[in-house]
Design a protein around this ligand. Structure first.
Ligand SMILES: Cc1ncc(COP(=O)(O)O)c(C=O)c1O
Length: 406
């Protein structure tokens, strides 16, 4: 029923043509699709149940009928109410969508799941991608779960923990000295040359389709309503672009009458889209200088569509310095019990900057996307202080607790 009825196909010279033959649409799944389209109607939306998972939105996914073979649990991540943060910020309608509750602790696992479901069905043994770290860890572990081999191209900035996870899962990891952009180009070339299934975000349109389910889940978790504002980190751009597509499709299906304003957040040390947004000029490469490796992307692949999505939503952009990212990690940990890596905390840091700049009203209903876990990056956050060493003595407990918690 909901299978894509058409897609915009991008040809080599960049022009887009719409095709409406469903078989041709699927055949193009690995070749330059700009956007899948469906025959939008309320019938494509799932019935309300307590059971959230990515696959429940399959009427809005390019996935032929048949049982799901991908074995890892995917989707259905929490939308936290964060009472202490709400109180602290005076924001009674603040929500945090926690995409760290996935098999490898980042929002990349949704895209990995749909791509690997296709790779399993098409009997493709090798799946490849380039990544600053999280996509790579996600693909390595996802591939291991379903008997595929992963070949992964990373820059030298990728954290040791993420590299270790990839190796643990048996992936072939190639570290490209010239950085992420070179790694991306090389991985595209290699996939073509060696016939691998290409999971690259920004190239494989299945990744956008899978990631848009975050927007669908938020809508369901808010009682089938949309927030006023959605705040999302932006690196290469597909995370935000997919959210925007999910919200647009909800409107097209008659579930809402407007999309939320989308606020894109970049690191001050790598803000090509913020600069283009503010200057009105074309996107220029920005040499990354930030500890948030997930959003340290010199020239975002999905940059133009992200600028358009933010503009059409009535949204805005903010840039946050690294010290605000570190502070955001601490604040989320200490006031919400949520553990984010620097790029994963960028949404929250951006929220604070946007509220401060008057771009968000404190009474609005705001959802913030938290994209990656601190567990893969434990070096960040509040400096480690040693625990109190005591004898097994209740009086020592009393005096320390009184001194520290009043
Ligand atoms: C934790 C984290 N947050 C945000 C992003 C940015 O996502 P996108 O590249 O889709 O803009 C990434 C990308 O790798 C990431 O790893």
């Amino acid at each position: 029923m909901g299978f894509p009825v058409g897609a915009n196909i991008v040809s080599a010279d960049g022009t887009e043509t719409y095709i409406d033959d469903p078989d041709a649409v699927l055949e193009h799944a690995q070749h330059g699709i700009a956007e899948y389209r469906y025959d939008y109607s309320p019938d494509l939306l799932p019935e309300p149940t307590g059971d959230l998972s990515l696959w429940r939105y399959r009427n809005l996914l390019p996935l032929p009928d048949g049982p799901i073979s991908y074995p890892l649990q995917i989707g259905g991540t929490p939308l936290h109410t964060v009472p202490a943060l709400r109180e602290m910020l005076g924001m009674p309608e603040l929500w945090i969508k926690d995409e760290t509750r996935t098999p490898t602790g980042s929002n990349k696992d949704r895209a990995t799941a749909l791509v690997l479901e296709h790779a399993i069905r098409d009997d493709r043994p090798i799946v490849s991608c380039a990544s600053t770290g999280n996509v790579a860890a996600s693909l390595a572990i996802g591939a291991a779960s379903c008997g595929r081999k992963a070949v992964i191209f990373v820059p030298s900035t990728t954290s040791d923990t993420k590299l270790r996870l990839m190796r643990l899962a048996g992936a072939t990891v190639l570290q490209v000295r010239q950085g992420y952009d070179a790694a991306f180009k090389l991985s595209r070339q290699a996939a073509r040359e060696f016939g691998w299934y290409d999971r690259n975000t920004g190239y494989n349109p299945l990744t956008t389709e899978a990631k848009k389910t975050v927007a669908l889940e938020i809508w369901e978790q808010l009682g089938r309503e949309l927030p006023d504002v959605m705040v999302s980190p932006v690196g290469d751009g597909p995370t935000l672009a997919a959210l925007a597509k999910g919200f647009r499709e909800l409107v097209a299906c008659g579930a809402a009458d407007r999309v939320p304003r989308i606020i894109g957040v970049q690191a001050e040390g790598c803000q090509p889209l913020v600069t283009a947004w503010q200057s009105g000029r074309p996107i220029q490469p920005s040499e990354p200088d930030t500890l948030a490796d997930g959003i340290a992307v010199e020239m975002p692949v999905s940059g133009p569509s992200v600028l358009r999505d933010v503009r059409e939503s009535g949204g805005d952009f903010v840039a946050v310095p690294d010290n605000a990212l570190l502070e955001a990690i601490n604040t989320m940990a200490a006031n919400a019990g949520l553990l984010a890596e620097p790029a994963g905390a960028a949404g929250f840091a951006g929220l604070l900057a946007a509220v401060e700049a008057g771009k968000i009203d404190r009474n609005e209903r705001v959802a913030v996307l938290m994209t990656g876990t601190l567990f893969k990056n434990m070096g960040f956050g509040r400096a480690f202080t040693k625990p109190f060493e005591i004898d097994a003595d209740l009086e020592q407990v009393r005096s320390i607790v009184n001194a520290n918690h009043g």
